[in-house]
Design a protein around this ligand. Structure first.
Ligand code: M6R
Length: 365
């Protein structure tokens, strides 16, 4: 039921402080993380030669957001596979791999076929899903339920943020045997406990994002530049906009900007640059300078209080969000972009919950 909301997508965006709380319930201890579903297989996971994330669409993007922290805390190489592409290439999967399948529905055909393929190749298969009893949950060796609650809007929103949180918790659990990263892990655990509050805070940007959407209604295209932890945010923000607002939108790795996309920049094309504080911040500052030099129409998503540092004396549109631990920042940063996609869709008069040509769960290849 939609309650006081006009659409399921809107309800699910605003529900995120609650869905994130249920995702973490019973799993965060003082300075450790409990993931019962992985416990028996933890030794195998820690000894695997590689961890391969496999998924489609938003679920793939969630895994991409969690990749850096998993690499950092586990020191195991982590690779990414879009399920259909893995199948097209019949890419190598080994017995020594841990293959992590991410799917909100647990019924996506491409993901399930990739699962069969990984099982045949002898990998340990882990499932991350929102759907208890789904094919993914049944056919994997072990897994984690994200417990985000039923998601009805075709555009995935609350499942995305819960998937990231589950994969960050997975990274913490895999890395739990290392003394050297204990302080780092404790910081992240503290950040997780406070994350629902920070998400409530960022949801207050609703009105501001509606205003921004109003200024973009008639435009044909939107670019989103991110890097590091927030490369995934760029891809996911752009996917939301194209999927529901039916506006062309591309998420791009900011490091690739000068290798082609820069040619698109002019006074009319809106470009969102994600420049919240983390180890990539100064690189994003210089991306903003370069876009300015080409008279780009900039919208900068930055940490609270950083408007002057990202856009000194210039005419950027600024979206300020609370700063959280670097690996949790994608959870906060995607919220304004979800709100933007939602308002753009309503203002452009399209169907928010049932975008044309799309189904909630893609059960055919
Ligand atoms: O159920 P799944 O997570 O496996 O679905 C994968 C994609 O089809 C899905 O995330 C799709 O990209 C969403 N509609 C995006 O909002």
């Amino acid at each position: 039921k939609k309650g006081n909301y006009d659409h399921f997508m809107q309800k699910e965006i605003h529900e995120q402080p609650h869905s994130l709380t249920t995702t973490m319930r019973g799993r965060l201890k003082h300075n450790s993380v409990l993931l019962g579903g992985l416990k028996e297989h933890m030794k195998t996971i820690r000894h695997s030669r590689r961890i391969v994330f496999i998924g489609c669409g938003t679920s793939y993007n969630a895994a991409l957001a969690a990749r850096p922290i998993l690499e950092e805390l586990s020191s195991i190489p982590v690779t990414m596979e879009i399920a259909s592409d893995l199948l097209d290439r019949q890419g190598p999967i080994y017995r020594e791999d841990t293959a992590v399948f991410v799917s909100q529905s647990g019924e996506t055909a491409d993901t399930l076929l990739a699962l069969e393929y990984a099982l045949e190749n002898g990998a340990l298969c882990v499932g991350i899903t929102n759907t208890v009893g789904s094919t993914l949950a049944r056919k994997t060796h072990c897994g984690i339920h994200i417990n985000a609650g039923c998601e009805i809007g075709v555009a995935s929103t609350k499942a995305y943020t819960s998937q990231i949180v589950v994969m960050v918790m997975m990274a913490l659990a895999i890395g739990a045997d290392r003394i050297s990263t204990q302080a780092r892990r404790e910081d992240i655990i503290n950040g997780l406990s406070d994350l629902p509050n920070q998400v409530s805070e960022v949801l207050k940007l609703d009105r501001e994002m509606k205003d921004l959407a109003e200024s973009l209604i008639t435009l044909e295209s939107l670019l989103v530049f991110g890097r590091g932890y927030n490369y995934a945010t760029a891809l996911e923000g752009a996917l939301k906009v194209k999927e529901v607002a039916l506006m062309h939108s591309e998420g791009m790795l900011a490091g690739e900007m000068k290798h082609g996309p820069l040619a698109l920049v002019d006074e009319t094309l809106p470009i969102i640059v994600i420049a919240t504080r983390d180890s990539c911040f100064s690189k994003q500052q210089s991306v903003i300078q370069q876009l300015h030099a080409r008279k780009g129409r900039l919208i900068v998503l930055c940490s609270k209080g950083d408007a002057q540092s990202v856009c000194p004396g210039r005419s950027c549109r600024i979206i300020e969000v609370p700063q959280v631990a670097d690996c949790l920042q994608p959870v906060v940063n995607i919220i304004p972009l979800q709100l933007l996609a939602y308002h753009l869709t309503v203002l452009r008069g399209y169907n928010v919950d049932q975008p044309r040509n799309l189904a909630k769960s893609v059960t055919t290849q």
